[in-house]
Design a protein around this ligand. Structure first.
Ligand code: ZN
Length: 85
C-alpha cells in the first residue's frame, strides 16, 4: 500500500502515463481510497491541461515553478482592490 507521500511522488509519472502494471494499480487503489490524493491528482491534471506547452511530462523544476506561481499569484502583481468584486 502506497503512502500519500509516495503517491504524490508518483503523480508526475502517473499523469505522464509512465506507470504500468503493479505500480499503476497500487496508485489507482490508493486514489480510490484516499480523496486527498485524488484531489491532488485532479488538480495536477487540470494544471497540465490548463498551461500551454505542458503536454509533456512536467519536470520537478516546472512543477515547483507552478506551485510557486500559485503562491505568488495569489498576492497579485497588480493590487486590484475592487470593492464590488
Ligand atoms: Zn493519499
Amino acid at each position: 500500500m502506497l503512502s500519500c507521500r509516495e503517491l504524490t511522488d508518483l503523480g508526475d509519472a502517473l499523469l505522464a502515463g509512465e506507470l504500468h502494471g503493479r505500480r499503476l494499480w497500487s496508485v489507482r487503489l490508493h486514489l480510490l481510497m484516499c480523496r486527498h490524493c485524488r484531489r491532488y491528482i485532479t488538480y495536477m491534471r487540470r494544471m497540465l491541461h490548463t498551461l500551454p506547452g505542458m503536454r509533456q511530462r512536467a519536470s520537478e523544476v516546472e512543477i515547483e515553478r507552478i506551485l510557486c506561481g500559485i503562491h505568488q499569484g495569489h498576492g497579485g502583481a497588480d493590487h486590484n482592490t475592487d470593492p464590488e468584486h
